[in-house]
Design a protein around this ligand. Structure first.
Ligand code: SF4
Length: 422
């Protein structure tokens, strides 16, 4: 027989809106008489209601882990275990999702079976960290759950001062805007630094995120210390017949009001014969026109990625979006992916040696200055790091032409040295 349910008048209110409620989900787990975790979920609801009444949280941390790992499990012990004994331990296992978050239904059933056997049945796809969050497990069952998840090919993610679980968008498997193989970049990088994830030894967290195009579906620019965002450096491709079809279906006024005038840099112009001109020099890759006219417009042929560093949420100096470190990084050949791995290693080493405790790399850059950071990781300053450097009031432009000439010369020397080496 199901355990008697606690009264939850405050939580009940959250079931009244138009959208599916997490409270209904928790209640369905709590009232499923056949399941061993029903009691745990019943007391969890009781504790949550108590938290809403008193406006206090009652979870405290501790140390829970699995053999050989220093992170990946978030311990949660209840401070009100006397009143709610069955949810006195409610740990979370952070588990890395497959790159691109591609699952088969069979695989999803397998992970549900594991969690119904060892945990609470409650799984979040996916947490803010990018992990699959297996929530609600006793200390005794953590190792058993991990062993079974490991058996079907999953591994714990990161927690604490460590390399964190990485995220990549669904990518070129299903998206026509993709500019590089995100899944390969994700796997290459994380596999190379897995030790940093499982045995926390960094000053603070470090995140890689991979988005295939500037739509940035993995939120890399504002959440990742090391963001790899797909782009193209030639001209966007325009299929004028498809443009005409779009205009014929949507109408000239609609096209002008919703595509042309919404370009943030006025780079688009619709001709009298319903063809489209694109001023590619002015395009800032906001992706609006490509998203709206997705049959007519697509990224150019010369594709790769822009690498940005230092994105993060608040912490010490407020939210930051990543700064462009490498304007265009080709990602096609084996050597390109090796170079990406090498760059990741250099940046992680620099971060490990130079960051203060509890400091993200964006804050390190802010503290020591971008020039020192670039010197530290061995990246040369490139005018292309800034869009329109000549119109940016923060960029010194005296002697600019001479400096630009020196830069062009260095670039040419490097290219000829590379050819000579080959
Ligand atoms: Fe303009 Fe954005 Fe289209 Fe570029 S991608 S042309 S900036 S709307």
């Amino acid at each position: 027989m199901a355990k008697k349910q606690h009264d939850t008048p405050l939580l009940d209110e959250l079931e009244e809106g138009r959208w599916p409620s997490f409270v209904s989900g928790l209640k369905s787990l709590a009232t499923d008489e056949d399941k061993p975790y029903a009691g745990m979920m019943t007391d969890l609801l009781g504790q949550l209601e108590h938290s809403y009444e008193t406006r206090l949280g009652y979870w405290k941390g501790g140390t829970v882990s699995v053999y050989g790992y220093g992170g990946g499990v978030i311990p949660r012990f209840s401070e009100v275990a006397e009143e709610y004994p069955e949810s006195k331990e409610f740990h979370t296992l952070r588990v890395q999702p497959p790159a691109g978050m591609h699952y088969s239904t069979d695989f999803l059933r397998q992970i549900c079976d594991v969690w119904e056997k060892h945990g609470s049945g409650l799984i979040a796809l996916h947490g803010q960290s990018g992990d699959i969050m297996f929530q609600g497990c006793t200390t005794e069952n953590v190792q058993k759950a991990f062993d079974d998840l490991n058996e079907i090919g999953l591994d714990l993610g990161g927690a604490g001062p460590a390399l964190r679980t990485s995220v990549s968008c669904v990518g070129h498997a299903r998206c026509e805007q993709s500019c590089y193989d995100e899944v390969r970049a994700h796997r290459t990088t994380i596999n190379a630094f897995l030790d940093e994830m499982h045995r926390p030894a960094l000053p603070y967290k470090f995140k890689f995120k991979f988005s295939g195009c500037p739509n940035d579906c993995s939120n890399a620019i504002h959440r990742a210390d090391f963001a790899v965002i797909g782009t193209w450096r030639d001209e966007m491709k325009v299929d004028q017949e498809e443009v005409k079809k779009y205009v014929a279906e949507a109408g000239r006024k609609y096209t002008i009001d919703n595509v042309i005038t919404r370009c943030p840099t006025n780079a688009l112009s619709l001709n009298d014969d319903d063809t489209l001109d694109v001023d590619n020099q002015s395009c800032v890759r906001c992706m609006h026109c490509l998203n709206v006219m997705n049959k007519a417009l697509s990224p150019g042929d010369e594709r790769g990625a822009t690498i940005l560093m230092g994105g993060k949420r608040s912490l010490k100096i407020g939210d930051q979006i990543g700064t462009v470190i490498i304007p265009f990084f080709p990602l096609e050949t084996d050597e390109d992916f090796e170079r990406l791995e090498e760059l990741g290693e250099t940046v992680i080493d620099f971060f490990a040696e130079n960051a203060l405790e509890h400091e993200r790399v964006g804050e390190t850059i802010d503290r020591i200055g971008m020039t020192n950071f670039l010197e530290g990781i061995g990246v040369e300053i490139d005018p292309n790091m800034i869009s329109h450097p000549r119109t940016n009031s923060y960029v010194r432009t005296d002697d600019w032409d001479e400096e630009a000439a020196k830069w062009e010369k260095r670039k040419a020397e490097k290219a000829s040295a590379k050819v000579a080496a080959e």
